[in-house]
Write a protein that binds this ligand. Structure first.
Ligand code: ADP
Ligand code: MG
Ligand code: ZN
Length: 588
């Protein structure tokens, strides 16, 4: 391993191996097969490149990313490691020349596209090489349960079998569920591999999901608030990239775009400009980013739902490679789901469809979960070390309050029903609050049974409830209208009292905080307690309770007990801390 460390320093200029790289390389050098699962940006390449330099013979690298092969090879050549690549862009003669070069020891690594293994000619030539290692990048491509099945990966097994001397076989991937892992090891024919499962968690990726927001407004605000920060905005289709690109450019944002439909020259230009920070924001399909080595990507926005969690995690994995924070914002709208289904049904083979649809369902569940997002993803990938709450995803950090608003929801929904789904939100609110404006009188809306049934509520509050109801799918926005509501199955269940409406409400518009500073202190205390006890902040005290505490400033255990939401148990566990905090605050 001392020699390995020297290679790392001399060629790559790094002074230590990352966790995982060390043990993986140790095993490869001992001649043991390896199956390495490391997150995107985790440093998989070095795992096979360093041994390649040290071993007698050539390392064959199989990689599906043909468009990147040249870059990868250029970049290792540039640090002084001799390498070449073989893909479908090369003619027979050129291939022969490269392999002959390999035979006389000219290359340490030869990258090949998996399709080349289907060519007998190619395989015959490859067999003349003294192969020390076969390294398989993106190993999940061999499994049809993976998200990126490449049939030609199935030829790797027979290729390795056909070699006179069996090389070390090493396989790497960033995203593999347990099923895909087992499948890959078997299909690639790894023998008793040393398996390394790197933790998937990357705390510096701050996961935020925004439901049913105005996406264009969100993006414009975000870009204005974060000038000169590198980021990628992922779209679902080329068309979406083109139109978002135009939209933002027209509004003066300096951005680039990238998708498979652009000419190679354009792609290269946009990519370079992004890497050299001639502009900061790239609008792209998932064709952009694989292998892009820009370490300071500070945000990744998903303009619509990605096709599965594997892709999502890979895409946000491109952020924050330098270890600094990367803000990940997924703009989730239920309207985007049918389009993803359409893409699956038109572009996947019949045998894949069912799998793809299941994966899509998993990411929909993810977007809709009220649990910790990080925990959800990590458990999806079988990482069992995940904590229940990460306290840095938008669910964990939400100060929104869970409330049972069944009664209010029923009032609103029955108003939608009575007005036959013909009015926008503001008119509905006017009816509910018993307002007698022209539109109301004109349409005789004041004669409805729902007229004035919420006159005790502020319109802001009703509006908050309605937008939360839309977010949670308790009622739909009518397609193609600005703000008309449409009842759905869930609405009916709530109306009939068969289902409760439990909602997260935006920071309650109802209560007024009198002592902002004390309230803030209490929130910090609550957050620390939540962290310590491994529960969500609102499980300890709701915002409403904190506001009441801040306003009332209880000084004794009895007074504290009189606060809404403070019972014996809470008093026992947290009472002293709260009373001390208030004492400190008022005597200062
Ligand atoms: P992966 O293929 O796992 O997504 P890469 O192999 O492309 O990741 O490596 C990601 C980045 O991390 C690269 O910029 C690489 O140079 C860097 N890197 C890898 N290993 C180390 C190390 N031991 N020390 C510092 N940087 C490293
Ligand atoms: Mg890689
Ligand atoms: Zn979380």
């Amino acid at each position: 391993m001392e020699r390995a460390l020297k290679v790392l320093k001399r060629y790559f200029g790094y002074s230590s191996f990352r966790e995982g790289q060390y043990v993986i390389i140790e095993n490869i050098l001992k001649g043991r097969d390896v199956f390495g699962v490391l997150p995107t940006g985790g440093g998989k390449s070095i795992c096979y490149q360093v041994p390649a330099v040290l071993m007698q013979g050539v390392t064959i690298v199989i990689s599906p990313l043909i468009s990147l092969m040249k870059d990868q090879v250029d970049s290792i050549n540039s640090i002084g490691i001799p390498a070449a690549y073989i893909n479908s862009t090369l003619k027979m003669d050129a291939i022969r020349e490269i392999i002959d070069g390999g035979v006389i020891g000219r290359y340490k690594l030869i990258y090949i596209a998996p399709e080349r293994l289907e060519s007998e000619y190619c395989v015959r030539l490859l067999k003349t090489l003294d192969i020390a290692q076969v390294a398989i990048d993106e190993a999940h491509c061999v499994s049809q349960w993976g998200h990126d099945f490449r049939p030609s990966y199935r030829f790797i097994f027979s290729f390795v079998e056909s070699l006179k001397r069996r090389p070390v076989v090493t396989a790497f991937t960033a995203t593999a569920t347990q099923q895909v892992r087992g499948d890959s090891v078997a299909l690639l024919g790894l023998t008793n591999p040393f398996t390394y499962l790197g933790g998937f968690n990357r705390d510096n990726l701050l996961i935020n999901i925004h439901k049913e927001v105005d996406k264009l407004e969100f993006i414009k605000d975000f870009l204005r608030d974060n000038p000169e920060q590198s980021g990628i905005i992922y779209c679902a289709t080329r068309k979406e990239v083109d139109s978002l690109y135009e939209y933002l450019r027209e509004r003066g944002f300096s951005i680039g775009k990238y998708h498979g439909g652009l000419r190679d020259q354009e792609k290269e230009k946009f990519q370079d400009d992004f890497l050299f920070e001639r502009f900061y924001v790239m609008v792209a399909t998932n064709a952009f980013g694989m292998g892009i080595d820009k370490s300071n990507v500070r945000f990744i926005i998903h303009f619509s739902i990605p096709k599965n969690l594997e892709s999502y995690y890979q895409e946000i994995g491109r952020g924050g490679r330098d270890g600094e924070n990367c803000w990940c914002h997924l703009l989730y709208s239920r309207e985007d789901i049918p389009r993803q289904e359409y893409i699956i049904n038109t572009s996947s083979s019949i045998s894949r469809r069912e799998i793809e649809i299941r994966k899509l369902q998993a990411i929909v569940d993810f977007c809709e979960t009220k649990r910790c997002y990080r925990n959800f993803i990590l458990s999806y990938f079988g990482d069992n070390d995940a904590r229940d709450y990460c306290n840095n995803c938008s669910n964990c950090l939400s100060n929104d309050e869970l409330r049972d608003i069944t009664i209010e929801a029923q009032k609103i929904l029955s108003c939608v029903y009575r007005t036959r789904e013909r009015f926008g939100i503001s008119v509905l609110i006017d009816i509910l609050r018993g307002y007698s404006g022209a539109k109301i009188i004109e349409n005789k809306l004041n004669e409805l049974s729902t007229y004035g049934i919420m006159k005790d509520y502020s319109s802001r509050f009703i509006k908050d409830i309605i937008s939360s109801m839309i977010e949670e799918g308790y009622v739909n926005l009518k397609q193609g209208t600005y703000s008309m509501l449409k009842l759905n199955e869930k609405s009916i269940k709530i109306l009939k009292g068969k289902e409760k409406a439990i909602l997260r409400l935006k920071n309650s518009a109802i209560e007024v905080v009198e002592d902002e500073i004390l309230f803030k202190k209490l929130r910090i205390l609550r957050k620390n307690m939540a962290e310590k006890d491994g529960v969500k902040p609102y499980i300890i005290f709701s915002d409403a309770s904190l506001i009441e505490i801040a306003n009332f400033k209880p000084r004794s255990r009895e007074e504290l007990l009189s606060i809404r939401g403070v019972g014996e148990k809470k008093l026992q566990r947290y009472g002293e801390f709260i009373l001390n905090l208030i004492n400190d605050h008022v005597t200062r």
